[in-house]
Design a binder for this molecule. Structure first.
Ligand code: ADP
Length: 164
């Protein structure tokens, strides 16, 4: 049984992330979505608890998906879960250098026990990022096209709360 881990900030989770998660579900037996608990709370849009709740809600009916959070080394979480593969999404050349560095660090930290595989998003998600969604939202423009309806609703609620 092949288990993979899909890490990220998911702040917020976009249709691009979801495209990679769907591909991972198609290819592997179990998918662990690992949400980074970045301590720099001031720069995050959703708190980690909110991000966990959103991702859990999105995938509550998919048995092969588990949602966890992490704030230490990703490879430790992978090893703890007996998982040998980290899945990353590669949008284009601009992601490549960073992903190679990250993969090499994770190879080193795990003594090559945990390896990285990259998947490519479908073409319509190639230019989509969480930062882009946050930027468009900050301009008071709709991000409906870029996220699942569940996520969109949460963004609208957050926007209302910020403006109140
Ligand atoms: P972002 O890079 O959008 O801030 P994360 O830090 O949550 O998002 O990234 C987690 C993983 O998801 C990374 O491997 C990143 O390359 C990938 N990813 C993010 N957006 C997309 C997308 N539109 N298509 C494919 N992969 C993506």
């Amino acid at each position: 049984m092949t288990k993979v881990i899909v890490p990220g900030s998911f702040d917020p989770i976009t249709l691009g992330h979801q495209n990679i998660i769907e591909q991972a579900c198609y290819l592997f037996d179990e998918v662990i979505i690992a949400i980074l608990n970045n301590h720099n709370k001031h720069s995050s849009f959703f708190k980690v608890e909110e991000r966990i709740e959103i991702v859990k809600q999105l995938y509550e009916k998919i048995n092969k998906i588990r949602v966890v959070t992490f704030d230490g080394a990703l490879v430790d979480l992978a090893i703890l879960n007996e998982c040998k593969i980290i899945i990353r999404g590669l949008r284009g050349l601009s992601d490549l250098d960073y992903e190679i560095q990250l993969a090499q660090v994770n190879n080193d930290l795990s003594n090559n026990k945990v390896r990285t595989m990259c998947l490519f998003p479908d073409i319509q998600y190639q230019y989509l990022s969480s930062s882009m969604v946050k930027g468009v939202n900050a301009l008071d423009k709709s991000v409906e096209k870029y996220v699942d309806p569940i996520v969109y609703k949460k963004i609208l609620t957050k926007r209302r709360n910020i403006n109140e």
